[in-house]
Ligand binder design. Structure first.
Ligand SMILES: [Zn+2]
Length: 325
């Protein structure tokens, strides 16, 4: 079979926030007696969600009844197995499908604050730690994991100049935007902006499993070591379920890796703007207290940032599987 590479026109900014594998097309002819449904099935596409687009791409190639012509070649969309996305930075921009555990799932990832608002600030030796930078780094690591598990991922708050960063101290900047829009300082305007973007994107997505995940590292008093907090909206049983699944996974991982430490994730409902107004099911996560020395280890040690992203990933896979069984 021949593989055709076709460039898809898209806006640069949209590509930036919507980290997706490049799409390629396969040219293929139907078999004797094959209808659109079985043709798509044979090419590992879900007819329920792909038929309409398949017809659009191949407009003019169907008989008057909308059936396939036997000797006609049809364009069949296939996702590239490997692709490059500069959003993740030079050292992390090569992505590769590793499995299809999250195929069909759609995520809206929001790292807290950004732009003119650094969020909470912690003091670590002579360094300052800025919440928005660490939240973004962990969010990007999570985004990459999810993409490599075949999910669709919308990175809502994005910084085109900083990808995933190594090292302990992530320098602050104000580059972050929301879909290319400048982030306003006023809190309510800021939250409305990202909520509007998520709800617009969600309208275009047909997937039944869509989740919005918001990541923060907040600030409490300095001596308060913070376990991870998970929030959902009180009228969102699916949000609650997801928060509990993530919390449980964190607990298991802490037991395994730091048994002496003890961990209790806290799941609560909370009347937060984002939880209330985003249409996809949403979970809000506080990964720790950026002012507490022990919690700070979670963020300044790069491998810990990766571990947090990995734990989030495995718990999200569990939640997705729970919803599908
Ligand atoms: Zn925050």
């Amino acid at each position: 079979m021949r593989i055709l590479l076709i460039g898809i026109f898209s806006f640069f900014i949209y590509q930036l926030i919507s980290a997706q594998p490049a799409e390629t097309f396969l040219l293929s002819k139907p078999q004797e007696g094959e209808g659109v449904w079985s043709f798509l099935r044979r090419h590992h596409l879900d007819p329920a969600s792909e038929t309409e687009r398949f017809r659009q791409i191949n407009e003019g190639r169907f008989d008057p009844n909308g059936n396939l012509y036997l000797h006609q070649e049809y364009l069949v969309p296939v996702l590239a197995e490997e692709w490059v996305d500069p959003l993740f930075g030079l050292e992390h921009q090569n992505l590769k499908i590793r499995d299809s555990e999250l195929k069909g799932a759609v995520f809206y990832l929001v790292s807290g604050h950004g732009g003119p608002d650094p969020g909470a600030i912690g003091q670590y030796d002579e360094h300052q730690l800025f919440e928005d930078e660490y939240a973004y780094d962990i969010t990007l690591r999570l985004a990459k994991n999810l993409l490599e598990k075949s999910a669709t991922v919308h990175v809502i708050v994005a910084d085109s100049l900083n990808g995933i960063r190594s090292g302990a101290y992530l320098l602050p900047d104000q580059h972050e935007t929301v879909l290319g829009q400048v982030i306003p300082l006023d809190q309510l305007t800021r939250l409305k902006q990202r909520t509007t973007v998520i709800n617009q994107l969600a309208k275009e997505e047909a997937a039944t499993y869509q989740r919005c995940i918001e990541i923060h590292l907040d600030s409490r008093s300095q001596n308060k070591q913070l376990d991870v907090f998970f929030y959902h909206h009180e009228n969102s049983p699916k949000g609650k379920e997801m928060a509990e699944t993530i919390s449980k996974t964190f607990e298991e991982n802490y037991k395994k890796h730091q048994p002496q430490r003890g961990f209790s994730g806290t799941v609560n409902h909370r009347n937060l703007y984002m939880l209330k107004h985003t249409h996809p099911v949403a979970v809000f996560i506080e990964l720790g207290n950026i002012r507490n020395f022990r919690d700070q280890q979670r963020f300044v040690v790069e491998s810990n940032r990766q571990a947090l992203a990995n734990w989030l990933t495995s718990s999200i896979v569990k939640d997705f599987q729970n919803q599908n069984h």
